[in-house]
Design a protein around this ligand. Structure first.
Ligand code: HEC
Length: 160
């Protein structure tokens, strides 16, 4: 037999496989980190859109901007829509890879986190309905209720 298990050529081949595997693993780790970074950026962009709509509505509710029922209803619709996207932005693997304020407990308490997301969706949908209804006081109350869902989750799951 020319190729005994410990022949130099065999060992060289095994070493080459190890090097290639190590390079492959490093590439995978790098790709995962890039993917985490992308997912975090996407998540923060989604929340930026949500926060911007609340900024628009909050300014009107607090009298810092003139009440504009149509603009308020548009912001409420957008908030309700983007709230349906928010739960998709916490996939496993998006805990790290870029600076993030998402606490690791999110991925340990998926049931409670999911409930808080549904509460956000319910309250922003109710807000959009109230805004269409045209009653300013009811709309302000619905804005307050929706705002509570932000605070509840941030208090527990967002680092500040
Ligand atoms: C179920 C949990 C949850 C709810 C509900 C929630 N947030 Fe957040 N929010 C987070 C987490 C977690 C982060 C941190 C994301 C990160 O840094 O990766 C965040 C980040 C943000 C940011 C910062 C985005 C950035 O650029 O870093 C804004 C603005 C924001 N949220 C607004 C809101 C508003 C407004 C509401 C309610 C209408 C809301 N959030 C509801 C969990 C939530």
């Amino acid at each position: 037999m020319s190729h005994a298990p410990s022949s130099p050529r065999r060992r060289l081949a095994a070493a080459a496989v190890l090097v290639v595997t190590a390079l492959g693993l490093a590439a995978v780790a790098h790709a995962q980190q890039n993917r985490g970074a992308q997912q975090i950026k996407y998540r923060q962009a989604v929340y930026t859109v949500l926060g911007t709509q609340f900024g628009i509505m909050g300014a009107m509710a607090q009298g810092r901007a003139p009440w504009d029922a149509k603009a308020f209803a548009t912001a409420a619709d957008r908030a309700a829509f983007i709230s349906t996207v928010a739960p998709d932005t916490f996939p496993p693997g998006s805990e790290a890879g870029a600076p993030t304020e998402a606490k690791p407990e999110i991925w340990k308490n998926q049931d409670e986190f999911g409930r808080m997301m549904r509460d956000l969706q319910d309250k922003t949908r109710a807000l959009a309905a109230a805004a269409k209804g045209g009653d300013q006081n009811a709309t302000k109350a619905a804005l307050g209720a929706a705002g509570q869902t932000c605070k509840a989750c941030h208090d527990k799951y967002k680092a500040d």
